[in-house]
Design a protein around this ligand. Structure first.
Ligand SMILES: NC(=O)c1ccc[n+]([C@@H]2O[C@H](COP(=O)([O-])OP(=O)(O)OC[C@H]3O[C@@H](n4cnc5c(N)ncnc54)[C@H](O)[C@@H]3O)[C@@H](O)[C@H]2O)c1
Length: 329
């Protein structure tokens, strides 16, 4: 495989690059290093099968040049994290809409296989017990910028889906549910690395809202091989596939686990959503994936338990040199 990974310097993208290189593929990572980091790819820099191109998916010419040499495109580049989306709504929309259009058009022109990283956010406030891929979307008002990420990712899915239907593009849409692991940054609103950093610093762990909201965290070590297998599975083309974990936890319960696993003296402090994200922020009470489709297509079963993933994140944080940017974990 000659693969392009957009967002290859990011959390999931860098693990995907590691996996592809370890399995003998050639990889070009395209990343503007906005939320990603070159140091996430340090281990690959001397490998002749790996190239990092620093640039934006908004640069149509660059995207065309990079994709022209490949047969497979994993499109992970996006503006992510609640803080990024709420603080930079226009730039985020631009990246998540026009950037994706550029990448999918280049993949289609090249005849390359294409995977788009979508999100459980597309389900919005639907808190059903096990969200299937056909579940309804329940989004708040488009006037609340908090929903712009979900709206843009939904449109991205549609673009990929329509390319698949209309021009036969081999396109897989993966919907990630709260994926966690080493190298994820806590800077942009991701809860697990934020809690781990607070616990290691002995600071209060700040839980937004009442803490009874429930999530199901998936391990990057489960998701990355699944992404590659889905790309090799024609039955996955032209459809969406949920990928995530199986273990549900409240956010307060997550904070307690992080405290226990780090041996921290941190306390838990509740912060209102308004104080965290500004007035009018809406959260969902529950988000739980149904991963039956992934199991049927590729035998997907999440194997990594949340405690083990938290331990791996803690170990990575502890080995980060003092003063290194948090994004590099
Ligand atoms: N981590 C999760 O739980 C999760 C959940 C749902 C969906 N996703 C999706 O998975 C993908 C990867 O997310 P992640 O968690 O690894 O986040 P991340 O921020 O670590 O990765 C995103 C990468 O995209 C890069 N990027 C942003 N704008 C760019 C641009 N204009 N041009 C080139 N590169 C650009 C960033 O520098 C970063 O390296 C994203 O598409 C995200 O929407 C992630």
């Amino acid at each position: 495989m000659k693969a392009v990974v957009t967002g290859g310097a990011g959390f999931i993208g860098s693990h995907l690059c590691d996996h592809l290189i370890a399995h003998g593929h050639e990889v070009v990572a395209l990343d503007d290093l906005s939320t990603g980091s070159r140091s996430n790819l340090d281990q690959l820099m001397d490998d002749p099968a790996f190239t990092l191109v620093t640039g934006s998916i908004l640069d149509q010419g660059l995207v065309g040049d990079v994709v022209a040499e490949c047969d497979t495109v994993f499109h992970l580049a996006a503006a992510v994290g609640v803080h990024t989306i709420v603080d930079h709504p226009l730039e985020s929309l631009h990246t998540n809409l026009h950037g994706t259009e550029n990448v999918v058009a280049a993949a289609a022109a090249r005849g390359a296989r294409f995977l788009i990283a979508s999100t459980s956010e597309v389900y919005g406030k639907n808190d059903a017990d096990g969200l299937t891929e056909e579940a309804d979307r329940v989004l708040g008002s488009p006037l609340k910028s908090r929903w712009s990420y979900a709206a843009a990712k939904g449109l991205d899915e549609l673009v990929g889906y329509v390319y698949a239907r209309q021009s036969g593009l081999p396109c897989v849409i993966t919907r990630f549910f709260n994926i966690v692991g080493p190298r994820q940054s806590g800077r942009y609103g991701m809860v697990v690395p934020r809690f781990v950093d607070q616990a290691l610093a002995g600071e209060p762990i700040t839980v937004y809202g009442d803490g009874d909201q429930r999530r199901c965290f998936g391990s990057v070590s489960d998701v990355v091989p699944a992404v590659v297998r889905l790309m090799d599975t024609p039955g996955a083309y032209g459809t969406a596939v949920n990928l995530g974990g199986a273990e549900e936890v409240t956010i307060r319960g997550l904070a307690e686990r992080v405290i226990a696993l780090t041996g921290s003296t941190s306390t838990i402090r509740h912060v209102s959503y308004a104080d965290a994200y500004g007035e009018g922020y809406e959260d969902m009470r529950r988000r739980m994936p149904d991963t039956t489709r992934a199991r049927d297509l590729i035998g997907y079963t999440p194997r990594h338990r949340l405690d083990d993933v938290i331990r791996a994140i803690v170990d990575a944080r502890r080995s980060t040199p003092a003063g290194a940017p948090l994004a590099t974990a």
